[in-house]
Write a protein that binds this ligand. Structure first.
Ligand code: NAD
Length: 488
């Protein structure tokens, strides 16, 4: 397997090493070995990035010259598209994506999303005329404007790094903000490469900066507590999201959080192709490392045995189809890290101990080399009060829960601290009516796609606050100003 180039810092328009020249290893999840190095930023490097972003916002016309900015961001997206193959390669080696997941979801999803954002930008209403109001004995002409929020700290996770980086960076730049991107230590190059591409696109110095760091918290905490940073857009775990909200409180920073999930996949008794639909609920794509992945399968008691039989067949049929680096149709590779592998295995033990029945998988596959492989795993006979049904595992683990009737299915779906995604399969009208009662941000009816770059994405409850992508995702980076002009 190939090596990847060094992931460097991108600060004030330049790619460079860390101030003290230190690097950390970029680990390939397929082998557990290093596939490259990443610059290990110091606090002084983060400081420099904040100064550069602040200066580009305060002292250049980046935030006000809409046409010039739009042209440059279009060019930036073009350059990303031209470099698709490079991005796919990073996604395979650094993120551990199987080819079938790397090209389709990881990279094309991000690039298509970027193009969607360029279209959504055209819908932004920078100025609205609210007409004349007679109040207090005189007339006032009123306008409401939208303006860039300022300097954005974008803190991102490792599971779909390009997708999340693009969702924040492209939207924030389009809004006229300047950005400091802090990618996860597990996927530094997918952040750093965006700096290289920004240079190729001709983005002005300072409007976009990237800081890679081995310490998961240092740079993010600096961005969150610094008064010169106006907004934090964070995607990651709910636990770190809560910390960011607390840390941002002192400066009353705008904080937008895209967090974890434990979404439900509901198959109604009279869903067409019942068995096939249940088979499609396997949590295997990208080893289950997706925040909106519906990882709780809810099936009717009346057809429970049939559902379990279908899943048994599906998991047996998939047993030899995962973990293949060079197979173009493969959609499941390793999990990202040893730490994540241990976490998933701990949850599998918890599931066994709390009485769920293991239908498939359940093992870490150390016989497959030094990579972080966990078998596609399915627990049946689960109840919604089990920890494996309540907590986000973020690995290839499906839990199957029987329900009595539609009311019960909605109750179980909503009985969660999370509310990110979900899916209902059944006669369309009833399935649609059910999705409207599920408290989550992105719902699919009969397999429809509810997550694309032109649709708002975000969570209810502890899955977060704010919306990314779509027009709403650009407006998240805007402030609103009301202006009254005395007219008589
Ligand atoms: P994480 O919360 O551990 O880390 C996310 C980012 O926060 C990383 O860049 C990390 O370095 C940084 N960070 C860690 N501690 C910090 C601190 N104290 N202050 C500031 N930043 C800090 O999450 P992860 O393990 O990288 O990613 C997996 C999680 O991300 C899952 O919970 C998943 O559901 C969630 N996720 C959510 C979405 C979404 O849109 N809702 C999308 C992808 C992933």
């Amino acid at each position: 397997m190939d090596k990847l180039p060094d992931a460097l810092l991108y600060v004030n328009g330049e790619m460079r090493t860390a101030g003290d020249n230190q690097y950390f290893d970029n680990i390939n999840p397929w082998t557990g070995a290093s596939c490259g190095r990443a610059a290990d930023a110091t606090a002084a490097d983060v400081e420099e990035a904040i100064v550069a972003a602040r200066n580009a916002f305060d002292n250049t016309d980046w935030s006000t010259n809409h046409d010039q900015r739009y042209a440059l961001v279009c060019k930036f997206v073009d350059v990303m598209v031209t470099n698709r193959e490079k991005l796919v390669q990073i996604s395979r080696l650094e993120v551990g994506s199987a080819i079938g997941a790397a090209a389709r979801a990881q990279i094309d999803g991000a690039l298509n999303g970027a193009k969607d954002l360029l279209e959504c930008y055209k819908q932004v209403k920078w100025e609205k005329d609210l007409g004349i109001k007679h109040e207090g004995g005189f007339d006032t002409k009123r306008i409401v404007t939208q303006e860039a929020m300022g300097v954005v700290g974008a803190i991102t996770p490792w599971n779909v790094p390009l997708y999340v980086n693009v969702g924040k960076v492209v939207a924030a730049l389009l809004a006229g903000c300047t950005v400091i991107l802090k990618p996860a230590p597990d996927t530094p190059l997918m952040g750093s490469i965006m700096g290289e591409l920004a240079i190729e696109a001709g983005l002005p110095a300072g409007v976009f900066n990237v800081i890679t760091s081995a310490d998961p918290a240092m740079a993010g905490e600096m961005l969150t507590t610094d008064r010169r940073v106006d907004l934090i857009s964070f995607t990651g775990s709910t636990a770190v999201g809560k910390l960011i909200m607390k840390n941002g409180a002192e400066s009353l920073k705008r904080v937008f959080l895209e967090l974890g999930g434990k979404s439900a996949f509901i198959v109604l008794e009279d869903a067409p192709n019942f068995a096939q639909t249940c088979m499609g609920s396997m949590v295997v794509f990208h080893a289950g490392q997706g925040c909106a992945y519906p990882t709780r399968l809810l099936v009717p008691k009346s057809r429970y045995d049939e559902a379990v039989g279908a899943l048994d067949m599906a998991y047996k049929g998939f047993a030899e189809k995962w973990g293949k680096f060079d197979e173009p149709t493969c959609i499941m590779g390793p999990v990202i890290s040893k730490k994540q592998q241990n976490r998933v295995m701990e949850y599998i033990e918890i599931g066994k101990n709390e009485g769920a029945r293991l239908l498939a998988g359940g093992n870490a596959r150390t016989d497959m080399g030094g990579g972080f492989f966990v078998e596609p795993t399915c627990f049946v006979d689960c109840t919604n009060d089990m920890r494996i049904a309540r907590e986000e595992i973020f690995g290839p683990v499906l839990v199957v829960i029987p329900f009595e009737d539609e009311e019960d299915a909605i109750r179980i779906a909503n009985d969660s601290d999370y509310g990110l995604g979900g899916a209902v399969f059944g006669p369309t009208d009833r399935a649609l009516a059910m999705t409207k009662r599920i408290r989550a941000g992105a719902l699919s009816v009969n397999g429809g796609t509810s997550i694309t770059g032109d649709l708002p994405f975000g969570g209810y409850k502890q899955s977060g606050m704010g919306r990314e992508w779509g027009l709403e995702g650009i407006e998240e980076f805007l402030e609103i100003k009301a202006i009254g002009i005395r007219a008589s």
